[in-house]
Design a protein around this ligand. Structure first.
Ligand code: ZN
Length: 446
C-alpha cells in the first residue's frame, strides 16, 4: 500500500502542501493544497514535522571517527596535522574500522542524511576489504552510498606527505578499483551502491595515478573525487613542485570534467571559478572542517554564479569531529552568511544539502521530492524545546536546528523511526567504538 506523508507543517517540495505519496522506492505523487491523493494510502501524520528531501553528504572519511579530537593534533596546521594523523591511521584494523563506519553512518542517518559518500584512502596491510565493510554496514542501516576507492602512492620518499607505510603502488590501486567497480558499482537509477575513484590530494598522489584514475573513470563512466584548493600550504606546494596552481595542475592531468567533484575548493581566483563552471566541476563545501583547520572560506556564491554545483560534506576527524548533517547545514548557512551577507539564506543551505549534493554525485534520481524521484526523505519534529515558537518552519530547521530527525526514509523504507535506528543498539555501539578508538591510539603509542 502506498504511504501518504500527510499535511506537513512545512515541506521542501513544490505543490506539496498536503504532502507526498510514496509507492515502493519512489515518490509517485505530490499533493497540493485542497487535494487528496489519487490512490488509497496508509497515512503518516506529518502535522508536527518539517519534511525535506533526504540530505546528501558529499565528503567524509568514516574511519576517522576513531580519531576524534586526537589530542596531539588539536592545534596543528594542516600539513603538520596530517603528519600526526597518518602514523595513527596506519594502525587501522578491520574490527575497529567496522565500528567507525557504523558510528558515522548512524550519526548521519539520525541527522537526516539518506545518501552519503565516503573517501577511504588508507589501506594498511590487512585492510583490503575496507570498501566492502562500508557497503555491508550501510546495507544494514539502509543508507544509499557513493563510495570512493581512495588512494595514495606518493610517500615522503618521493616528495609526498604520507609515510611509506600508508601508500600503495599504482598497479595495485588500479586493479583494486576495477575489482570494486565490477563487484559493486550500479549505474542504474535508484542505485543503492555506486563506486567512484578518489586519489587523495596533489601532495599524496603522483601525477601518473591522477591521470590513470581519470582514464579508468572514463572507461567505466565513474565519478572522480579528490581534495583540492583546500589550504594555503597546498597552493605553495603546487607552485614549488609543479610550477602552477592546483587547478592548472589538475587540468593538465585530465581532471577538469563534468564527472569531477572536489572537496573544499577554497582557493580559486575569479578566472579559475569561471573555468570550473565551464567544465561542469562540482564542489563539496565542508564548513566545519574549514573552520576547525582555519583554512579559509569557500566562495560558494561566486561558484554558484559561475554554474558550479555546490554540495555539503561533514568531512572526517580530527577536522570536523561530528557527522551531523543538520549541524553542517546550519554551519554552512552561518559561515556563508558571515562571509557573503544576508543574501545567503537558510533555503540556500538546504538546497546545497539536497539538490546540490545530488549534483555533486551525478545523481538526478535523488535530492528533491517530486514524482519519479527516489523516496528519500527526512522528517524533523517541531515541538521540541529548541524549536517551539518558530514561525517559518523551513528556515527554523536550519536556524533552530533540531538535533535529530524523527523519521528518515530511504528508497521507500523507514531507516529511522521515532528518532531511533531499528536494529542498532546505540549504547553498545558507542561503548564498542570508544574501546576501538582507545585500542587504535594504543597501537599508535598514544
Ligand atoms: Zn577530507
Amino acid at each position: 500500500m502506498p504511504i501518504w506523508v500527510r499535511d506537513p507543517l512545512a515541506i521542501m517540495a513544490a505543490n506539496a502542501e498536503r504532502g507526498v505519496v510514496v509507492d515502493g522506492p519512489m515518490v509517485v505523487e505530490t499533493v497540493p493544497a485542497g487535494a487528496e491523493p489519487s490512490m488509497p494510502c496508509n497515512v503518516v501524520d506529518a502535522s508536527s514535522h518539517v519534511v525535506v528531501p533526504g540530505f546528501v553528504n558529499t565528503h567524509h572519511h568514516f574511519y576517522q571517527t576513531l580519531t576524534r579530537s586526537l589530542a596531539p593534533s588539536l592545534d596543528a596546521e594542516v600539513f603538520p596535522w596530517l603528519k600526526i594523523m597518518y602514523p595513527v591511521w596506519r594502525h587501522l584494523q578491520e574490527t575497529d574500522l567496522r565500528l567507525a563506519v557504523r558510528v558515522a553512518l548512524a550519526e548521519l542517518a539520525l541527522t537526516g542524511c539518506t545518501t552519503t559518500s565516503d573517501h577511504h584512502y588508507v589501506f594498511p596491510p590487512g585492510l583490503d576489504d575496507a570498501i566492502e565493510i562500508a557497503i555491508e554496514e550501510a546495507q544494514a542501516i539502509g543508507l544509499r552510498l557513493v563510495l570512493t576507492r581512495g588512494s595514495m602512492d606518493l610517500s615522503e620518499d618521493d616528495g609526498g606527505l604520507p609515510p611509506a607505510a600508508v601508500v600503495q603502488s599504482i598497479d595495485r590501486i588500479l586493479a583494486d578499483s576495477e575489482r570494486l567497480v565490477h563487484a559493486h558499482h550500479n549505474a542504474a537509477p535508484g542505485a543503492m551502491v555506486q563506486i567512484a575513484l578518489a586519489p587523495c590530494s596533489p601532495f599524496s598522489v603522483s601525477a601518473d595515478l591522477m591521470r590513470e584514475s581519470a582514464a579508468l573513470a572514463r572507461i567505466h563512466g565513474l565519478r572522480l573525487h579528490t581534495h583540492l584548493a583546500a589550504h594555503a600550504d597546498e597552493i605553495v606546494y603546487c607552485q614549488d613542485r609543479f610550477g602552477c596552481r592546483p587547478i592548472d595542475y589538475m587540468e593538465r592531468l585530465g581532471w577538469l570534467g563534468a564527472n569531477v567533484w572536489l572537496a573544499h575548493g577554497i582557493f580559486f581566483s575569479p578566472e579559475e571559478t569561471t573555468r570550473l563552471g565551464q567544465a561542469g566541476v562540482s564542489i563539496a563545501h565542508c564548513p566545519s572542517s574549514n573552520m576547525i583547520t582555519a583554512s579559509g572560506v569557500c566562495p560558494v556564491p561566486a561558484l554558484e554564479a559561475a554554474g558550479v554545483a555546490v554540495g555539503l560534506g561533514v568531512d572526517g576527524s580530527s577536522a570536523n569531529d561530528s557527522s551531523s548533517m543538520i549541524a553542517e547545514i546550519r554551519q554552512a548557512f552561518m559561515l556563508q552568511r558571515l562571509a557573503h551577507g544576508t543574501r545567503v539564506m537558510a533555503a540556500d543551505a538546504l538546497r546545497w544539502a539536497t539538490a546540490g549534493g545530488a549534483a555533486c554525485l551525478g545523481r538526478d534520481d535523488i535530492g528533491s521530492l517530486a514524482p519519479g524521484r527516489q523516496a528519500d526523505l527526512a522528517m524533523f519534529r517541531t515541538d521540541g524545546l529548541g524549536f517551539t515558537g518558530v514561525d517559518d518552519a523551513l528556515a527554523g530547521l536550519v536556524r533552530s536546528m533540531p538535533a535529530r530527525a524523527d523519521r528518515v526514509m530511504v528508497a521507500g523504507r523507514w531507516v529511522v523511526e521515532d528518532g531511533m535506528l531499528p536494529g542498532i543498539d546505540v549504547a553498545a555501539l558507542t561503548h564498542g567504538h570508544g574501546e576501538a578508538a582507545r585500542r587504535l591510539r594504543a597501537r599508535a603509542g598514544l
